[in-house]
Design a protein around this ligand. Sequence first.
Ligand code: KIV
Length: 275
Amino acid sequence: MKPTVRELKGKKGARLAMLTAYDFPSARLVAEAGIDLILVGDSLGMVVLGYGSTLPVTIDDMVHHTKATRRGAPEGFVIADLPFLSYGTPEQALANAARLMKEAGADSVKLEGGAEIVPIIEALARAGVPVLGHVGLTPQTASALGGYKLQGKDEENARRIMEGAQALERAGCWGVVLELVPSPLARLVTERIAIPTIGIGAGAHCDGQVLVFHDLVGLYSGFTPSFVKRYAEAGAAIRDAVARYAADVRNGSFPGEGQSFGMKDEVLKRVMESR
Ligand code: KIV
């Protein structure tokens, strides 16, 4: 049963399992496996669309993939990312959140940033849009943060992350993703805010965890962060299956009897006789 946002807010310590999905088959597999929360992350720019970062992802891309995900997980709690530069003003954020929720069927949106995006979160929350925040390493602004690296190691940055998470809570988020921050800092943030934290590369003390589907099942051949645990080698399995198919076609063993259809001899005979 899909949780309400009020129920989600109360899931402190619940160890929520969240995973990304981007299309019908991945959403169906993730839902069938019993995942609590499905994220249509803008990571799709890298793992599905082949870009080098999440920056080129458009709101149209997000709507397209969120619709497919919703079709694969009709009962799932689906969160969709607002992509880079799609929530610069409250008006723009509202218009794009409306597309993700009304057009594509998302239950919640996620956006990256701390105290600086409070007015945006407040406008969304006032309008009744459930919002998941995201602090620490925020891939949309990774270059401004010095690249894809651990955040919050020094006092100033650790304070910025703590204050960001607290500001997001006050602004009305139902939860906050903590990405690539030291485990003790994630623990402290988790203790100091009353809404769930969902960690990725943030250690074991968060209220939930999230990973990227393609990293978890071994479908992404680009850079895989060290905090990822790979649970399957689906890419290798698919490559092997495709190579065996190509070999069977070339050696004539596919299609075999079992993959072909016969027809009545007299029908074939009549066709052969006609010109
Ligand atoms: O885009 C994404 O998949 C994300 C997760 C990694 C949290 O933001």
